[in-house]
Design a protein around this ligand. Structure first.
Ligand code: TRP
Length: 446
C-alpha cells in the first residue's frame, strides 16, 4: 500500500518537532493550568503525570505504529491492520474525523482570544483604544470574528501541505517558546504571593482527590498528546521507516509534558500574584471564578505589572502561543483533509475549503450557544471520545493486528527490538492493562 510519492518528514528532528508542535498548544498553556488550578494543584499534577506514562504514551506508540504501517490516510491505515475487509474500522475512523472537527471548532474559539490579546496592545499604541477594548472583552461578535480569523489562518497553512507547511512552522518555534517561559517564570517567582501558588502546585493536598479528577486528568493527557482522533496515525504515516517509534514517542511526550509543567509553574503563581494586585480569582465559596478565561485574566494582569516592558513581553508571548496553537490546529485539519484527498480524490485546496468551512460553521454554533455548548463540546470530545477512541486503536494494535506484522513494523527502526524490555511488555500491556485501566477510570465516575 506504500506509495513512493507520499510526503515524508525530512528528518527525525523534523518529525519530533512537528509531532511536538501538534501536541504543544492550548492544552498545555490553557487546559492544563486551568484544570490544575481548579483541582487542587499538586494532586492534579501527580495524577496527570501518571496518566501520561501509564496510558497516553503506550497509546501514542500504538497510533504512530499503525500509521507508519499503513502509509496512507487514517481510514486506510486502520483498515490495513484489520485481517479482513470490514466496515468496522471505517466507522471508528469516521468517528475520529468528526471528533477532530469538534475539537478544532472549540479550539479556534480559545485560540481566537489569543489573537485578540496579541493585537490589542498594538492597537492601543496607535490609538485605536476602543477596538482594542472590544477585542479584549467577551462578546458573541468578538468570539465569532476571532474564531474566523484563527480558522482562516489554519486553512492557509494546511493549504500548503505537510512538509512545507507543518514542518517548517513547527521547527524553529519551540526553543523560543521555552526560553520565554523561563524568563516569565523567573519574573513571576520574584513577585509577592508567588510562593503561595507554588505551594499549591507542588505540595499535594489529597483532600482534593476524586474520581472526577482522575477522569479529567486522563482526558487532559489524551488531549495534550493529540490522541484518539487519528492525528498521530496521520503523522505516523509520514514517518520514515528507520525511526525508532517508542523512543521518538517518548521524546514527544517528554517535550509536551515538560511544557505543560512549565505553564503550571507560571500560571498558578501568577494567579496568586494577580490576586495580591486586586484581581478577583476565587469567589466567596473559594471556587475558581470563570475558569475558562482564567489564563486570559491572570497573564494580562502580570504583563501590566511589568511596566513598559510588559507590552513587549505580552506581544511576544501571545505571538508564540498563537503559533503553538496553529501547529496544533493544522494537525486537526490535516486529518480530514488527508482523507478527503485520498478517499474522495479531491484537490487539497477543495478539501481545505469545505472542511474548513464546516469547522467555521461548528465554531459559530458554539459561539452562539456559548453557555450551553462550549463546556459540553469540550467534555464530550476530550473527556469521553478521545480516550475511548484511543482505546479502540490500542485494541486494534493489541488484539486485531497480526502480532508478527506488528513486530516487523516496530522492528524496522530498532533491529534488536525483540530483546528489549519494551517489546516484552508493551503488546500485552496494550492488550490487557490499557483497556482495564481505562475501564476502571470510567467505572469509578459512574
Ligand atoms: N494537543 C494539542 C494541545 O495540547 C491540541 C491538539 C492538536 C489536539 N491536535 C489534536 C487535541 C487532536 C486533540 C486531538 O493543544
Amino acid at each position: 500500500m506504500a506509495s513512493a510519492s507520499r510526503a515524508q518528514f525530512s528528518s527525525k528532528l523534523g518529525f519530533i518537532m512537528a509531532a511536538a508542535g501538534s501536541a504543544v498548544g492550548l492544552g498545555n498553556v490553557w487546559g492544563f493550568p486551568t484544570q490544575a488550578a481548579s483541582n487542587g494543584g499538586a494532586v492534579f499534577l501527580l495524577v496527570y503525570l501518571v496518566m501520561v506514562v501509564v496510558l497516553a504514551l503506550p497509546m501514542l506508540i500504538a497510533e504512530l505504529t499503525i500509521g507508519r504501517y499503513g502509509q496512507a490516510n487514517p481510514l486506510r491505515s486502520i483498515a490495513s491492520v484489520w485481517p479482513n475487509a470490514s466496515k468496522i474500522p471505517l466507522g471508528f475512523g469516521l468517528m475520529g474525523l468528526i471528533t477532530a472537527l469538534m475539537i478544532l471548532s472549540f479550539y479556534s474559539i480559545i485560540a481566537g482570544w489569543l489573537v485578540g490579546y496579541l493585537v490589542s496592545p498594538i492597537l492601543d499604541l496607535v490609538g485605536l483604544n476602543s477596538v482594542s477594548h472590544w477585542l479584549e472583552t467577551f462578546s458573541t461578535e468578538r468570539n465569532l470574528f476571532l474564531a474566523f480569523v484563527f480558522i482562516a489562518l489554519t486553512m492557509k497553512v494546511v493549504m500548503k501541505g505537510v512538509t512545507e507547511g507543518i514542518e517548517r512552522w513547527s521547527s524553529r518555534l519551540m526553543p523560543l517558546l521555552v526560553g520565554l517561559f523561563v524568563v516569565m517564570i523567573i519574573y513571576i517567582m520574584m513577585q509577592d504571593g508567588a510562593i503561595e501558588g507554588l505551594k499549591m502546585y507542588l505540595v499535594p493536598d489529597f483532600s482534593h482527590f476524586s474520581s472526577d479528577l482522575v477522569v479529567g486528568a486522563m482526558g487532559q493527557a489524551f488531549f495534550s498528546l493529540s490522541l484518539g482522533v487519528t492525528v498521530m496515525i496521520v503523522y505516523g504515516s509520514y514517518l520514515p521507516k528507520d525511526v525508532n517509534i517508542p523512543k521518538t514517542a517518548a521524546q514527544v511526550a517528554a517535550i509536551d509534558t515538560g511544557i505543560a509543567f512549565g505553564a503550571g509553574l507560571l500560571i498558578l503563581p501568577a494567579m496568586f500574584v494577580a490576586q495580591k494586585h486586586g484581581v478577583q480569582i476565587y469567589d466567596q465559596a473559594g471556587q475558581l471564578l470563570n475558569s475558562d478565561t482564567l489564563v486570559f485574566t491572570v497573564l494580562p494582569a502580570m504583563f501590566d505589572s511589568m511596566g513598559s516592558t510588559g507590552a513587549i513581553v505580552s506581544v511576544l508571548f501571545f505571538a508564540l502561543m498563537l503559533i503553538a496553537a496553529l501547529t496544533s490546529s493544522i494537525s486537526m485539519l490535516e486529518v480530514p483533509v488527508s482523507c478527503a484527498i485520498e478517499e474522495l480524490g479531491q484537490k487539497r485546496s477543495t478539501a481545505v475549503w469545505w472542511i474548513g468551512g464546516l469547522a467555521i460553521l461548528l465554531a459559530s454554533l458554539i459561539v452562539f450557544n456559548f453557555g450551553s455548548l462550549f463546556g459540553l463540546v469540550i467534555t464530550v470530545s476530550t473527556v469521553y471520545l478521545q480516550p475511548l477512541l484511543g482505546l479502540v486503536w490500542a485494541i486494534c494494535a493489541g488484539w486485531v493486528w497480526n502480532r508478527a506484522k506488528l513486530l516487523e513494523e516496530i522492528r524496522q527502526g530498532h533491529p534488536d527490538m525483540e530483546n528489549s524490555f519494551f517489546w516484552k511488555v508493551w503488546p500485552n500491556y496494550l492488550r490487557y492493562v490499557c483497556p482495564i485501566l481505562m475501564g476502571l477510570v470510567f467505572w469509578a465516575t459512574i
